[in-house]
Design a protein around this ligand. Structure first.
Ligand code: ARG
Length: 457
């Protein structure tokens, strides 16, 4: 047990209490951010004449030494300290003596931990953004190569109308692109520095909060010291954004699992991203997609957990808030891991284009276009809908697609049909005619692809 406090205590902390209270097992994750914050803090203290330049230099050298030694593994973060803040400060004092005792001037662990967590999550927002960008690049590549790869589009998991693989991938591009912009919004809202807020009421030292904010890359200082130490909104927002990323990955995984099934065979997951069965030699399972789908629950759980933790906390800091860390760390690591693996799986996945096209041909996905043909020849849409319904029924009985009916057969159901019906309901026509922005035709897709290219520049 090694604590930063104890002056007013007459007894040792009970060991179980100590263990229960300690956070070093998990908050050591942000040792680098803790040291970075401390370096900015003492730089500002010296600038304001609260520390001498010599003291500052000693402290900064000492902190940099600790950082280097932890990074290189020569200094172990010991769990005899309560938290990472205590470890760094105690190690500093051990190494440089008296000057080290001045590090915590004008600071509380409450504003320190608020800062560390912000610095940590801010870095993680950047890496989440990078991973999303990688995924978007893979999606865009697939889009570019498949503006004419036809496949069925589904509603209710029933074949609906023909689309292209590019169009389907474009839907996910939109989702993950919104995820990026959500992260960006969170970054902009959270990027204000809490350091200098003290325990809750600021400090009596003439701190320059603008300077520390600037040194640490924040837009500026936070404006209310109570809120600064009690705010975890940005973590809730981040968890919510990650829950949404996971929801998107999970939907996509579900599709990959369906597409990879023996019944569909739209895709084949690369061997490097599949697993086998211990008993059934023929099996090649989509475990990665299933795990991504499964891990979504963990991230949702983290969001619910923190919302619940925060709901009854009076201002300002309360120890409940230490519970913000493990779930957030886990959710970040989970989301990052899933993004990286999913991207790898997608990049190496083989699309069975022929199977997709045949599937689009076989499910009457051109029935709407047959109805539109009649409408273009003067039939009211509701009547056209009924006539094509009869065609479909006829085809189901004969087990053929609309394209294989003879003109006589067409005419027997409606005399309006002429030879050009075949052209009108060919899959290429069905897709090519859908030229409004956002629709699947090559023409429309190419415009959208240009816009997406700009997003990724
Ligand atoms: N380990 C604490 C946390 O994560 C640091 C802040 C402690 N402050 C306090 N007043 N006990 O929240």
């Amino acid at each position: 047990m090694a604590q930063l406090w104890g002056g007013r205590f007459t007894k040792e902390t009970d060991q179980l209490v100590y263990n229960f209270n300690a956070s070093i097992s998990f908050d050591q994750k942000f040792y680098a951010q803790d040291i970075r914050g401390s370096i900015a803090h003492v730089t500002m203290l010296a600038e304001q004449g609260i520390l001498t330049d010599k003291e500052k230099e000693q402290i900064v050298d000492g902190l940099q030494g600790i950082l280097k030694d932890v990074q290189e593994g020569t200094l172990k973060i010991s769990d005899k300290y309560e938290d990472i803040h205590s470890f760094v400060e105690a190690t500093l004092i051990e190494r440089i003596g008296e000057a080290g005792k001045k590090l915590h001037t004008g600071r509380s662990r409450n504003d320190q931990v608020a800062l560390d967590m912000k610095l940590y999550t801010r870095d993680e927002i950047d890496s989440l953004d990078e991973l999303l960008k990688e995924l978007l690049k893979v999606l865009l590549q697939i889009m570019k190569e498949n503006t004419e790869t036809f496949m069925p589009g589904f509603t209710h998991l029933q074949k609906a109308q023909p689309i292209t693989l590019a169009h389907h991938m474009g839907a996910y591009f939109e989702m993950f692109n919104r995820d990026r912009s959500r992260l960006n919004d969170i970054y902009d809202r959270m990027n204000y520095c809490p350091l200098g807020s003290g325990a809750l009421a600021g400090t009596t030292y003439p701190l320059d909060r603008n300077l520390t904010a600037e040194l640490l890359g924040f837009y500026g200082p936070t404006l209310n010291s109570m809120d600064s130490v009690a705010d975890r909104d940005y973590l809730i927002e981040l968890l919510s954004a990650m829950a949404t990323i996971m929801m998107h990955l999970s939907r996509f995984s579900e599709e990959v699992i369906i597409w990879n099934s023996n019944e569909y065979r739209f895709v084949e997951i690369d061997d490097a991203y599949s697993t086998g069965s211990s008993i059934m030699p023929q099996k090649k399972n989509p475990d990665i997609a299933e795990l991504v789908r499964g891990k979504t629950g963990r991230v949702y759980g983290a969001l619910m957990s923190l919302l619940t933790t925060m709901k009854g906390i009076p201002l300002a800091y309360n120890k409940d808030m230490q519970e913000d860390k493990e779930f957030v760390f886990d959710a970040i690591d989970t989301t990052k891991g899933c993004l990286a693996l999913f991207t790898g799986m997608l990049r190496t996945m083989n699309f069975n284009k022929e199977v997709m096209e045949n599937s689009a041909k076989n499910g009457f996905t051109n029935a709407t276009d047959a109805a539109d043909y009649l409408v273009n020849h003067g039939v009211a849409f509701r009547d056209a809908h009924g006539i094509v319904g009869q065609l479909v029924l006829y085809c189901i009985e004969k087990d053929i697609p609309l394209d294989d009916m003879t003109l006589e057969e067409y005419k027997a159901i409606s005399p309006v049909f002429e030879e050009d019906i075949y052209e009108a309901i060919s899959m290429k026509t069905c897709v090519d005619k859908r030229t409004t922005i956002g629709a699947p035709s090559k023409e429309a897709m190419e415009k959208v692809i240009k816009i997406y290219e700009n997003y990724l520049h």
